[in-house]
Ligand binder design. Structure first.
Ligand SMILES: CC(C)(COP(=O)(O)OP(=O)(O)OC[C@H]1O[C@@H](n2cnc3c(N)ncnc32)[C@H](O)[C@@H]1OP(=O)(O)O)[C@@H](O)C(=O)NCCC(=O)NCCS
Length: 168
């Protein structure tokens, strides 16, 4: 468990399935991600049992309630890099939860794991998430133009990264 005073990151478990499905099947959230709902329980359960054991996937608990999900995936120790992702349930936004949960996890990753670079991809029109990432210290690395079809339009995707030497 990774925690500070009112935020705890607990590894995702079978018990979290309803909460995770409520996030993955929320249409406002889904349009920010590179997957399409509906996601069924059987698909999620299969993913849970087969995921890469190097991945870190946490439920963000805020004052005793599930408030979001945060993950480190595509862990590659040969190149000392990984990908970071986050989503906060709509009822819990604007309370600094994403920022503080990200600080907790990124601190852990850079202090405890042989990772020197965290990357992410975000739709170029997702200004709220981009502001969060810039506040955390991520910088822009490039733009994939018309990369991904969403709602009938090819969307630009921004590549961002944070290096260990620029953290803290
Ligand atoms: C992006 C997201 C994770 C932010 O979660 P949150 O807990 O509400 O964010 P925080 O309260 O920690 O805010 C951190 C920073 O994010 C930015 N931010 C958050 N909400 C914002 C808003 N409504 N408008 C503008 N900027 C905002 C700000 O920079 C803020 O820092 P500040 O308050 O000092 O200005 C949340 O909106 C979300 O889950 N969105 C849908 C999923 C998504 O887009 N994920 C990223 C996919 S790549």
């Amino acid at each position: 468990m990774i925690y500070n005073e009112n935020i705890k990151l607990l590894p995702i478990k079978t018990d979290d399935t309803d909460f995770v499905l409520s996030l993955r099947n929320d249409l406002e959230i889904a349009r920010r991600f590179f997957s399409d709902p509906p996601v069924y329980e059987s698909v999620h359960t299969k993913w849970l049992s087969q995921r890469d054991e190097k991945d870190l996937d946490f439920i963000i608990w805020y004052e005793g309630s599930r408030s979001g999900r945060i993950s480190i995936t595509h862990v590659n120790y040969r190149h000392s890099k990984a990908e970071y992702g986050i989503v906060i349930h709509p009822d819990y936004r604007g309370r600094n939860i994403a920022f503080r949960a990200s600080q907790l996890l990124i601190n852990y990753v850079f202090k405890e794991l042989p990772i020197r670079k965290l990357s992410l991809q975000v739709f170029a029109d997702n200004n709220i998430a981009i502001r969060l990432y810039e506040k955390l210290g991520f910088s822009r690395e490039g733009l994939l133009k018309q990369e991904y079809l969403r709602s009938g339009v090819y969307q630009d995707v921004l590549l961002m990264a944070l290096f260990k030497e620029n953290w803290g």
